[in-house]
Structures are given as C-alpha cells and as structure tokens.
Design a protein around this ligand. Structure first.
Ligand SMILES: *[C@@H]1O[C@H](CO)[C@@H](O)[C@H](O)[C@H]1NC(C)=O
Ligand SMILES: *[C@@H]1O[C@H](CO)[C@@H](O)[C@H](O)[C@H]1NC(C)=O
Ligand SMILES: *[C@@H]1O[C@H](CO)[C@@H](O)[C@H](O)[C@H]1NC(C)=O
Ligand SMILES: *[C@@H]1O[C@H](CO)[C@@H](O)[C@H](O)[C@H]1NC(C)=O
Ligand SMILES: *[C@@H]1O[C@H](CO)[C@@H](O)[C@H](O)[C@H]1NC(C)=O
Ligand SMILES: *[C@@H]1O[C@H](CO)[C@@H](O)[C@H](O)[C@H]1NC(C)=O
Ligand SMILES: *[C@@H]1O[C@H](CO)[C@@H](O)[C@H](O)[C@H]1NC(C)=O
Ligand SMILES: *[C@@H]1O[C@H](CO)[C@@H](O)[C@H](O)[C@H]1NC(C)=O
Ligand SMILES: *[C@@H]1O[C@H](CO)[C@@H](O)[C@H](O)[C@H]1NC(C)=O
Length: 487
C-alpha cells in the first residue's frame, strides 16, 4: 500500500510544478547540447494504435502477468483486469527474463520491460526487485511513453566492470540514458553501483596522490545516469556510488525534482560530479548527501530557476556554477538558490567560475545558511578559470551580478583565503552582497585577508574576516554598456 502511496504522491507533486512561461532575454535557453551518442528515434512499437472503443490489454504478448508471487513487501498493486485506463501496471524485470545474479547480461530484459511499460496508457511501474543484482549494458531508454513511468529500483543495478568489459560498439560516454521522457520517477531503496574503479585507473586520468600526470590513451568514461530532453522527472531515495564519471547529468530537461539521494565515490576519483545540470530549468534538489572526487553539484549554461536545499556535500569540490563561457561561448544562468546546507572538507564551498572570452551572464544567485567545515575557498568567484594556467586574458567575459551570500559560517582551510572575488578586468562583478559571514581558520589562528579584484558590492553586516576590498556602486563600464550580459 505504501508503494502505491509513494507513487501517487509523486504524481500529485507535479501539480505544483507547472512550468512557467518565461519572458524576456534573461531566460532564453541558449543552446541544446548534442543528442546522446547514437540516440535512436523512438521505436514505433512504443506507440500502438488503440484498436477499439474498449481499451485492450496494454502489455504485449511477451509481457507476463504484472504481479509476481515473489513480489517483496510492500505488496504490489492488483492485477489489471482489462481496464487499462485506471490500473497501475507493474512490470517486474524478472518476468522479462532478467536473472539478477550480477553476471548475466540482463539488458534485453530491461529493454523489453521498458517497451511494455512505455505503452501503458496511464502509468506503469517497472520493478527491479530487492535481493538481486542486475548487470546491464549501456542503454538508451527512449520515450515519449504513453503514460507516466516509475522505475522502482529496490535491488542493485550495475554496468559491466570497466572498459575491458564494455562492448566495443557501445558508447563509452554514458551508461543509462533516459531520452525524451515526460513524467518519470526513478526511485526506490536500491543501489546503483557504477563500478568506476577501472575507469579511474585509465592511464589518461590524473593519478592524483601518485603522480598527477595524465598520460595519453582513450579517456572516455561513462556518465552513470543521464536524462536528456525530458521533463517532469523525479529521482528519489536511491543510493548511487562509484560512477566512472558524473553520477547524474540532466541536459535539456524541465521540472526536475531530486530528493533523498545518497551519492558516494572516493575523494580522489576523477570527474565524478554528483549531479550536473545543463540547459535545464525548474530544478529542485533536496535532502541529499554527496561525497565524491569532484563537484557536489555543478550547474552549467542555460540553467534557471534552480532551488537547492539541505545538502551535505564533501569531501569533494563543493557546489559550482560553471565553468561558463568556455571557447568564447555565451552562457546564461539565473535564479539559483542554495540554502540550509553543509559543505565539508572540500576544495571549494560555493563557487562561480567563468572563462575569459565568454559572454552572457550569471545573475540572481543566493547562497544562504551554508555551514562550512575545513573548506578551501568557501566563497569564490573566479572569472579567470583556466585549466592550463596560461589562458590569455580577453576583453569579453560572462557578466556576474546580483550575487547574495547570507549566513555563511564555519571554518576554512588556511591554504586559501576564505573569500575570493577575482573578476575580469573589463567586466567587473557587480552587486555582490554579504551578510552574516563568519569564517574562521580551521587550524591555528592565521586569518587570511579576503581577495577582491574588480568586484563591486556591499556588506550588509560586519563580516569575519572583515571584507574591505569590495568597491561601492556600479562601475561606468557596466552602466555605459547596455548589452552587457545579454542572454
Ligand atoms: C489512451 O488515452 C487516451 C486519452 O486519455 C484515449 O483517447 C485512448 O483511447 C486511450 N488508449 C488506449 C489504448 O486505452
Ligand atoms: C474501468 O474502470 C472504470 C472505473 O472504475 C469503470 O467505470 C469501467 O467500467 C471499467 N471498464 C472496464 C472495461 O472494466
Ligand atoms: C553490439 O554488438 C552486439 C554483437 O555483435 C549486438 O548484439 C548488439 O546489438 C550491438 N549493439 C549495438 C548498440 O549496436
Ligand atoms: C611519474 O612521473 C615521473 C616524471 O615526473 C615519471 O618518470 C614516472 O614514470 C611517472 N610514474 C607514473 C606511474 O606515471
Ligand atoms: C509536466 O506536468 C505538468 C503537470 O502534470 C503538465 O502540465 C506539463 O504539461 C508537463 N510538462 C511537459 C513538458 O509536458
Ligand atoms: C535533511 O536531509 C537529511 C538527509 O540528508 C534528512 O535526514 C533530514 O531530515 C533533512 N532535514 C530536513 C529539515 O528536511
Ligand atoms: C526562481 O526560481 C524559483 C524556483 O526555484 C521560482 O519559484 C521563482 O519564481 C523564480 N523566481 C523568478 C523571479 O523567476
Ligand atoms: C589576467 O589579468 C589578471 C588581472 O589583471 C592578472 O592578474 C593576470 O596575470 C592576467 N593573466 C594573463 C595571462 O595575462
Ligand atoms: C542586487 O541584487 C539583489 C539580489 O539579487 C537584488 O534584489 C537587487 O535588486 C540588486 N540591486 C541592484 C541595484 O541591482
């Protein structure tokens, strides 16, 4: 029963998530990224013609009875009895031949379960049962589906173990992709195990801790879970660990609700961002714990209306907006709030990073009530972001404005100053507001001075350490240039 309740509440939630129509230049989504490798057209059998006034049994002949005698508690919803329009179909992957011994390739069974569930007119549950480990290859689950889908993962999902085991003809950049889905919940108490170790050990990866030198050779590594051009998505409850690369990536999505995830990877695992979003809007990320080897959350170009609350991040690289404006691109990010969160033992706390030579704007960003523990660069804006250390300075930059830091407290790692605003020479950062900032050294009592370069804004309260390097007002170069930060 609680199973059904969870499902219904998932559906109900969307009534509060009506996508608002956005006006004005600040909200134009810049550009859609390339489709996933080898993204197929949705296969035609996914949308069957209704064959008569009485709705037929939606499942194909291969689809078994939806309930299983082995179904774990809580018990499954009742059979559908020929009435497709008001029942919830449950598709247990084992009924499609999945073995779940952690060795057998269960890809085909998952695809069949998906195709059957995707044809159900109302809503369907694909069930991955507790107590089994399913090994599946890189797969693109394609919509649009007839109704809403729940992928209920109570068991374990895992990819092949490392690049050697990866089929030659499969993309090495992504593992599970959900493409063109409207209305889906990925949920459950199960585990997604990315088995990243052999990918992190590729010679091309910086062997941090050992040599830090990256050698040549193939380097593509799969993102564990990717949602692409989809909407009305919920991801909740799952544990996910050791992705070869990013754990989650959303591109070109709307209405994304992420809740109660537990993401872990070793602190030295390369490029294992927790959740990356790009060209995605109306995003809520709540009540989750993320520790990994890269950004906890990273927010790329084209994102707006993002609400992040009650995260525990670290060890890792903190919460990042950027990097933006690479290769002279236009990047726009607006209306992002991060609040009531803890960031610990991380290279950065809350960061905005842009490349020289970009354009566009980052604006309307609020960081509120964030507790830092031993964080290098707890507060940082870096408009000189550069991986090679010798990027040329350019006159164009992504304009950073209207950035609020309130109640940012805790300790910083004394290797870097606690506050760093490094803004471009030609495009200063404006309207940076600080209040209730109290950052103390994690070790000893060496207090480092905040760093500002070309940064404008004000203090609403005294801060610890005192920030006296912000300039007042708005510089002429910004006032005179009406096109500054056009998005
Ligand atoms: C699916 O639902 C639509 C609208 O709700 C209805 O018109 C259509 O007949 C249904 N098809 C089947 C196969 O039940
Ligand atoms: C399907 O369910 C609805 C609502 O419970 C009912 O009115 C309808 O008669 C049922 N149709 C069939 C074919 O059982
Ligand atoms: C990859 O090759 C295998 C065996 O040749 C084949 O069964 C499978 O369909 C191929 N997969 C893709 C995605 O092309
Ligand atoms: C580490 O770097 C040194 C040169 O700095 C090189 O001689 C050595 O082979 C490297 N070791 C590994 C494991 O890459
Ligand atoms: C998302 O769900 C809402 C509410 O159910 C619906 O109005 C909206 O059309 C859906 N979004 C898309 C892109 O279909
Ligand atoms: C914050 O998230 C944690 C899980 O990380 C959860 O246990 C806790 O209840 C959440 N707090 C609130 C106020 O929702
Ligand atoms: C900012 O985003 C939130 C959702 O995170 C939304 O409720 C709010 O209306 C947005 N504000 C503006 C000014 O668009
Ligand atoms: C770019 O400009 C900054 C600030 O003026 C300066 O510190 C830095 O050295 C410059 N970098 C290069 C490569 O010229
Ligand atoms: C400064 O930023 C804050 C927060 O985004 C905004 O409310 C305020 O209007 C901005 N002030 C100016 C002068 O633009």
């Amino acid at each position: 029963m609680s199973f059904v309740f969870l499902f219904l509440s998932t559906q109900a939630r969307w009534h509060h998530h009506h996508a608002k129509h956005k006006h004005g230049h600040h909200h134009k989504v810049s550009e859609i990224s390339a489709p996933p490798d080898g993204a197929p057209e949705p296969s035609t059998p996914l949308v069957p013609e209704p064959s008569g006034p009485v709705a037929p049994e939606p499942s194909s002949p291969v689809a078994p009875e939806p309930t299983s005698p082995f179904a774990p508690e809580p018990s499954m919803p009742p059979d559908h009895d020929g009435n497709a329009s008001d029942s919830i179909g449950v598709f247990d992957v084992r009924k499609f031949g999945a073995v779940g011994d952690g060795v057998t390739d269960d890809t085909e069974a998952f695809k069949m379960a998906w195709d059957s569930a995707c044809q159900v007119n109302n809503s369907a549950v694909i069930h991955v049962p507790y107590g089994f480990s399913f090994m599946i290859q890189s797969t693109i689950f394609t919509g649009p589906c007839q109704g809403e889908l729940v992928l209920q993962v109570d068991g374990t999902l895992m990819p092949p173990d490392g690049p050697e085991q990866w089929p030659k003809n499969n993309s090495k950049r992504q593992w599970l992709v959900f493409y063109r889905i409207n209305g889906m919940s990925l949920q459950g108490g199960g585990l997604i195990d990315g088995r990243g170790q052999k990918w992190w050990d590729l010679p091309c990866k910086p062997h941090k801790g050992m040599n830090r030198t990256a050698l040549s050779g193939p380097c593509d590594s799969p993102i564990a879970i990717r949602f692409f051009m989809s909407s009305n998505l919920t991801v909740q409850g799952l544990k996910i660990k050791d992705s070869p690369q990013f754990h989650f990536r959303f591109d070109g999505c709307q209405n994304v609700h992420v809740e109660s995830l537990h993401i872990t990877a070793p602190a030295l695992s390369p490029n294992t961002d927790g959740i990356h979003i790009e060209n995605t809007n109306n995003v809520g990320i709540y009540n989750s714990v993320i520790s990994n080897g890269d950004d906890c959350i990273s927010i790329g170009s084209g994102c707006f209306d993002v609400d992040i609350k009650n995260l525990t991040c670290g060890p890792g690289h903190g919460i990042s907006i950027g990097s933006l404006g690479n290769h002279n691109s236009r990047a726009c990010v607006t209306n992002v709030t991060v609040r009531d969160s803890v960031i610990k033992v991380s290279d950065n706390g809350v960061r905005i990073k842009t490349w020289q030579g970009g354009s566009g704007a980052v604006s309307g960003i609020t960081f509120s009530n964030i507790h830092m523990e031993s964080v290098r660069n707890p507060i940082i804006i870096d408009q000189f972001y550069c991986l090679s250390k010798n990027c040329d300075n350019q006159t164009s930059a992504v304009y950073v404005s209207d950035i609020t830091y309130e109640s940012i407290k805790g300790t910083y790692d004394i290797r870097s100053p606690p506050v760093h605003f490094g803004c471009s020479d030609s495009v200063p950062c404006t309207n940076i507001t600080l209040s209730d900032v109290e950052l103390l050294p994690a070790q000893g009592d060496l207090v480092l001075d905040p760093f500002c370069w070309n940064a404008y804004g004000e203090l609403e309260t005294l801060t610890i350490p005192p920030v006296s390097c912000l300039m007042e007002g708005i510089p002429r170069s910004i006032l005179d240039n009406k096109d500054m930060g056009y998005c």
